[in-house]
Design a protein around this ligand. Sequence first.
Ligand SMILES: Cc1cc2nc3c(=O)[nH]c(=O)nc-3n(C[C@H](O)[C@H](O)[C@H](O)COP(=O)(O)OP(=O)(O)OC[C@H]3O[C@@H](n4cnc5c(N)ncnc54)[C@H](O)[C@@H]3O)c2cc1C
Length: 372
Amino acid sequence: MKFDYMIIGAGFAGSILAERMASQLDKKVLVVDKRNYIAGNAYDYYDENGILVHKYGPHIFHTNSKKVFDYLSQFTKWNTYTHKVKAVIEGKNIPIPFNLNSIYELFPKKYAEKLENILIEKYGFGLKIPILKMKETDNSELKLLADYIYKNVFYGYTVKQWGLKPEELDFNVSSRVPVYISRDNRYFQDTYQCLPKNGYTEMFSNMLNHKNIKILLNTDYRDAIEYIKFDKLIYTGTLDYFFDNMFGELPYRSLEFNFETFDSPKFQELGQINFPNNYDYTRITEFKHLTQQNHPKTTIAYEYPMPFISGKNEAYYPIPRPENNDLFAKYKNEADKLKNAFFIGRLADYKYYNMDQIAGVALQLFENKIAK
Ligand SMILES: Cc1cc2nc3c(=O)[nH]c(=O)nc-3n(C[C@H](O)[C@H](O)[C@H](O)COP(=O)(O)OP(=O)(O)OC[C@H]3O[C@@H](n4cnc5c(N)ncnc54)[C@H](O)[C@@H]3O)c2cc1C
């Protein structure tokens, strides 16, 4: 059998494109994944205790895009969920993103009031300031505060997460979680914040449940390419692997998750607690807060960042810094030369995408290039 499209990767990018081509263009599609399940890094499953967990770290869907939300809503109902995070700073659990409430948790009231006034006067209420920007201030009181936040909230976490200091990464990494001049403790401010009611894997299963879509699991791209016949390729894996490392390996950061189940219904006050300064893990996730599952036990995951080693662990995050971006550009240049192949996704674009962002990019690729 010959397929119109072979798609490598059953994550958001690959699955959305498969669904669109099968349902809108009546194309015959084969989705191939090297893992033995669909859903990419959003994969969730019931552990041996019957608790729904996220294998590749906590995934909270949040978006301002009604288009993306409506599209995915065809395949799932949702549980609304407001993500809140605290970080352990000087023995106290304080709200993250760092905001005015965090200041009141850490400093004496009078001093906190003074800092609040300075911040509002300088930036305005409701503004979000990247920490590296705030550190540039010439106001001595603000500079002290900025240095305190940098040291206690950002520095240790970034060094653990990336193996690099905040200044050694592209500016947009540390500005992803800016200081928020507000009393809003929510981690995200997006219009839609939710998780699929019965989990991500079921949402993907509904998406791929179409007579024109076949799924081949446990199969690497290199093996599939040997014997599958197809007209066009969509590839969502890494480009260095695709091109046999012809320019060298692209650096990624990896993670290890250590899951633990407790014989009590609750472990911690929120779904996510960060540890910028203590321990080797960056955060502890308690999944039941996210999934809202009722269960007498609870499962948590400790998250340990580490270097990516090809063949040993998973490539989770591209490491955004100029020399890596330059190396990626060489691979992208090769990819652009190939007719009948599209490269898309967090690995193939060497770019951190939230789920809604990659969903939007996949829908756009379909509308602007594939369906035209
Ligand atoms: C720890 C962590 C937490 C996150 N939390 C959030 C969050 O809370 N909210 C949010 O919006 N986003 C979050 N994200 C981002 C989210 O995971 C991505 O947006 C999403 O997974 C991107 O989808 P994708 O299809 O590009 O890639 P993926 O989901 O990674 O899918 C790629 C697929 O391709 C397969 N593949 C790769 N190479 C090959 C090959 N050679 N042969 C066969 N198959 C191959 C892989 O096995 C994988 O299944 C998080 C990411 C991480 C790492």
